[in-house]
Each structure stands twice: as C-alpha cells, then as structure tokens.
Design a protein around this ligand. Sequence first.
Ligand SMILES: Cc1cc2nc3c(=O)[nH]c(=O)nc-3n(C[C@H](O)[C@H](O)[C@H](O)COP(=O)(O)OP(=O)(O)OC[C@H]3O[C@@H](n4cnc5c(N)ncnc54)[C@H](O)[C@@H]3O)c2cc1C
Length: 497
Amino acid sequence: MLKNQHVRGRQNLIIDKTTINESPDLNLCDDIAIIGAGIAGTHAAWRLRQQNKRISIYEYSNRVGGRMYTVQFPEILGINVELGGMRYLRRSHALLHETIQQLGLPIKRFDLGSGPSPDTIVNVRGVHLRYNELGGNKTPYRLRPNERKPIDQLTWEVFRNYTDVLTTNVSETDKKFYIRDRSGEAMYKQSVQSLYHKYLSAEAQNYIRETNGYSTLSTEDSASLAVQTITVYRKHSIKHNHDLKAIKKRRDGYYNLIFEPTISNSRTSQSKSTIKKCAKKVILAVNRLSLEKLDWQSLYQPRIREYLTKAVKDIPAAKLYFSYDSPWWRRSPVYSNYLISDTPLRQTYDFGTSILNPSKSVLQAMYTDTDVPYWEELFNRAYGNETSGDFVNGKELDQVTKKYLSDIYKIPIRTIPRPTNATVIVWKNYPYGGAWQTWMPGYIWPTVERQMTKPSVSDDVFVVSNAFNSRSFSYWGNGALQAVELAMPYFGLRRIE
Ligand SMILES: Cc1cc2nc3c(=O)[nH]c(=O)nc-3n(C[C@H](O)[C@H](O)[C@H](O)COP(=O)(O)OP(=O)(O)OC[C@H]3O[C@@H](n4cnc5c(N)ncnc54)[C@H](O)[C@@H]3O)c2cc1C
C-alpha cells in the first residue's frame, strides 16, 4: 500500500512494509513488465496498448518522465522550468513529433531552443561579442590565420582538409565508419578532439570549446519546441518507487523481478527490503548505469559487458534556474536572450516573464556539461549531498552566480537582486549516471545497438536505451523512441521509422 506524504512541498511516497516480499503467483505475473517510466518506457507502453496484454511499468522515482522533467516555480505558474530535455526539432525528430501529434500533447514554440542566433552574445576572455562576430578581429584567441573563422566553418574545414570525407563514396550514414584522417587513422577509432589535437593549435581548440553553444542545431530551418507533457496509457498500471535490482529466469520461462523500494524526497534513496514481481517478457527502458548495476546474467556475457561499460560514456550535466520579481538582466547593455560564456555558467537563457504575474521572470542562469564537479561541490557544501531541489538560501551559490551574472551582463553586482526562488539539478548519480552518453572510439555503432537491443538470444528481455542508439544521439529524446521501435517487431508490431 502506498501512502502519500508531503515534505517541504514535495510529494513523498512511503512504501508500507506489509506489502513487500509478495510471492510471485503465475496469475499475477505481467505479460510485459516495462522498467523505467521515462520517454522510452512510456512510449513502449503506449505502442503496446492494443495488444490486450497485462502490462506494468515499474519506475525508480515517484514521477513519470525520467530525464524529461518539467517543474514550475510556485509564484510563476505558466513558465515551464525544464530540468532535463527541453526542445526537439520538428524535422529531424519526426518520430517524436508524430507521436506527440497522435497523443494530442500540447507543444510550445521555443525559439531559444534553436541554438545561437547571429545576435547571441558570447562572453569569452572578458570580451563580449555577437555570435556572428566570432572568427573576426574581435575574437580574443591567438589563432593562426587559417583558424580565424566562424566555429562552424572552422570545424567543417578540419574534416574537409584533414580527412577523406569528400572522396569517400559510401552512404552518409555509413560514412563515419569509413573515413580516415591524413595519417591513415580511421575516424571512428578516434575522438573528434584527437583530430583537433593533430591539426589545430591549442588556442583554436580553446576557441571551439569555450564558444560552443548548440551551433549544430542552427543548421536546422525548422522551429524547435518544448515538450510539455508525457502521458502513460491509462489501461496500464504504473508502480512508482520500484528500483529493479535483479532479473532471474524461472524454470517455466517467466522472469522473477527483484526490486528494492525507494523513498523519494528531493533525492530518492533506497530501502533494504525487496519486492518480488514476475513477468513473461521484460523491457528495460533504463539508463546505462542502471543496466551496469543490474544483476541479470545475460548482461555479464563478455561482449555485452564490454559494450555496456566501454562503448559509450556517461556525460554529467547541471542546470540552475532562478526566479526574480523583475527581469533585471534585460537592462544589460549586452543583452541577448541566450548568452554563452567561458564562466562556469556556460549557457544562460532568458526563460521569460509571466503573463499571469507580470514582471515575475525566470532565468536559466547556468547550463553546463563541463563544470559539473564545481557546481556539485557548491551544492553539496550548501545543502548536503542533494543533487536536485529548491535552493533559495544558498549564500555561497548566490554570491558566485551574482559575480558571474554581473560579468556576463555587464551590470554592477550591487544592482542585481536576490532571487525569490531557485532550483538546481545535477544529472550524474544512479540511476542516470549522466545526462546523456557519447560514443567511445573504436565501436561500430549499429553492431552495438543490435546486440544491446536483445542482449541474450534465448531471453525475452529487451533493452530500449538510447545510450546505444546508432542513428540519433542520446541527448535527443527522439533517439529514445527509435530505441523502442527496434524492439517492437519482437512483440509483433511493425517498426515505425
Ligand atoms: C539536462 C538535459 C538536457 C537534455 N536536453 C534535451 C533536449 O533539449 N532535447 C531532447 O530531445 N533531449 C534532451 N535530453 C535527453 C533526453 O532527456 C533523453 O534522451 C530522454 O529523456 C531519455 O529518455 P529515456 O526514457 O531513454 O531515459 P530516462 O528519461 O532516463 O528514463 C529512464 C527511467 O528509468 C528509471 N529507472 C532507471 N533505472 C531504474 C531501475 N533500476 N528500476 C526502475 N526504474 C529505473 C529512471 O528513474 C527513469 O525514469 C536532455 C537530457 C538532459 C539530462
């Protein structure tokens, strides 16, 4: 039995110990157990909705959505604060867009999501310049003459000049596994940084790294939009606060699923008791780290273990939002609604002003995947080991962010007000392990993807994690849906591209 409790405004689910240690009765077994209620798990449940099967979704936390995590400041209703994914591209992410249309979910135009515009301010090495001035005279890096270019042009020219990308005659999708650099090294066996180290000056590498916003997205001509809601098909049951620890195959071919209950406040923690469930088929819609920790024999086959632990790497990320009584940053002489800097804030977004409460405004002060250890240290010192939550009283956090906000907006520190509210998140700990993953050198992505989708030929257990997606990057939700689609033929459904 689940009891609701409210602690510091957040809903806590406490699991009554009398319900645990249930013995798995065959009639109570699920036809399909889906582990993880992120966008992948919920999409899998929705795709299987017409199969007339008994389906349960088991979720570690007390909410649906996983790395899609929308909250609002209580005093500023109407502005979504996106702690995880916040945008998609209508054209490139067709599967996600069509699914959203079919579900009738509300979507919102999100111009900031398109990445830097020509007007975006870049504040590096104490200099403020517009994005379209990068590569020109004001660029504060000691670049060689052939490196003094806009970022997109420079990075493309490295590929064009130092690899055989233009002369390799295979399909665009396969190209990355065939092209070689000038030294003859295959590109898929090295990181992009390794290519830069060979052919660019150290300053040019700093230039690329420090001014990097989301420049790859600016080539898209479609609008980008924020995802507002994720729903689970109502017929299925969803069980929150269940952390899957082990899968054991039974003699009758079913699977016993061993969970530990979790207790959610701003940080979800474990309790030591176990809950047993059973299922005929299992869909693992969980993160890479969660799979690495899972006790299921098939994940210990040497090849699968290697893919799981070495083929992709978790990348942590952090975000910090403030609410204010007024949008003071719009007074800035160098204002732009998106600002990239080499301070630990890295990316700062004007998230808008409330329509319901005029003048109350939201600033995404920090968004980084490079300075995460620093922010984590700061949050930990102020608030213990919590990695997400509402932090309004952090004095050190307030001082540091004010100092950097003053630098990037060129506004005197004493005129910057204290925020009325704040919320932070660090995507690093179990079960996430990171905000997203990157492929490591040396792996043929489609091979890894195929094997990870069904790690064991003799088991009806499927992995639908976009960590191993060969066609889309794991920092896109669309990839999570594609990963689900790869498993659908095993359930008698046609795969949607
Ligand atoms: C900061 C950030 C920014 C991003 N920006 C974008 C963006 O703008 N656009 C975009 O498209 N994508 C973005 N992404 C990526 C996107 O959020 C993810 O690709 C997508 O949400 C992944 O969905 P998923 O269902 O595969 O995984 P998740 O959302 O991680 O879901 C996995 C679920 O499984 C649960 N779980 C894990 N282990 C267990 C276990 N053992 N037992 C039970 N439950 C378990 C987790 O609690 C979680 O709910 C971003 C991600 C982050 C973190």
